[in-house]
Design a protein around this ligand. Sequence first.
Ligand code: BGC
Length: 361
Amino acid sequence: MKKLLSILLMALMVFGLAACGKKKVNVGIVLPTKDEPRWVQDETRFKEALKDTKYSVEILFSQGSPAKEKENVEALIAKGIDVLIICPQDGSAAGAAVEAAKKEGIKVIAYDRLITDTDAVDYYVTFDSIAVGEAQAQYLVDQAQGKGNPLYLYAGAASDNNAFLFFEGAWNVLQPKIADGTFVIKNSSEAVALQSKAELTRDEMAKIIGQVTTNWEFNEAKNKAEAHLTAASDADKGDVFILAPNDGTARAIADAFDADSAVKSYKITGQDAEKASIQYIIDGRQSMTVFKDVRTLVKDAINMAVAILEGKTPETTGSYENGKIAVKAKQTEVIVVKQDNVKSALIDSKYYEASDFTGLK
Ligand code: BGC
């Protein structure tokens, strides 16, 4: 009995000490998943940028689960954070997590993806996502000659507000070229039904995205592309044009089209300048990517957090409607990367090292 009591006492002391000695975390960062190179890249860039900061920062990953994301936010709230930087897995589901943070007086910065349908988001740092979609579509338009070019459309996850912005940008540029017969949509009856409309409502976009979503997943993209190719006749193939929303899905879709003998050539878009896709571009297996310099986004997010911690007002350049409020935002431009500017855009800017690639000229 005595022994048990003394063990209990010791346990209590150790626990108590740990609780007192627990270091406060100033800024909590929550990222969607480690399974996509994009977000591992963001983690790396955050760590580089935070090397010399006097503030303590903790980064957690939600592994594709809004429930895990909420747990992460709660864990960070318990550690006393003053600022939360969060890239939601699901823009709408994240509302509950950030509302819990707001209740504790924590300022919330949405990072890259907007959190929708809540007033509990204070700021948004982002790239110009409409410009991403426009750049992808413009690339396809610039490559197309004559009329009747087969067009295959793919989109991101419907739970990600960015998927809508990318699609909206792409539609702005593609729709006139579908209307004039340059392109013929081959894989979406919903898009065909709406092809004469220059501007789509969110519900209309949701119909198309629902049909051609990749959910941002490699396997879903691959399976969908294969199913589309199986359904298409040889006449729907030949020299094809593919709107792929990001690099991971672009490689999956490119591989599927590459493996089909009725596809003579394909032009395919991407986004993120992932290392694997830069190698694909060098090798002529992916046509382009949209480079979003994560170093800038990270710097903007950190500057915002520091301004908040120091009681200043963060610098913003505009705002985004999230379905409930207009969220003050800081936005960054994007750069198109093709075979001919890999070196100037990515190597000279020290984003990557030339030795990361083979066959780079
Ligand atoms: C990001 C993209 C990313 C995609 C999938 C989007 O919200 O803006 O950079 O490729 O999510 O993770």
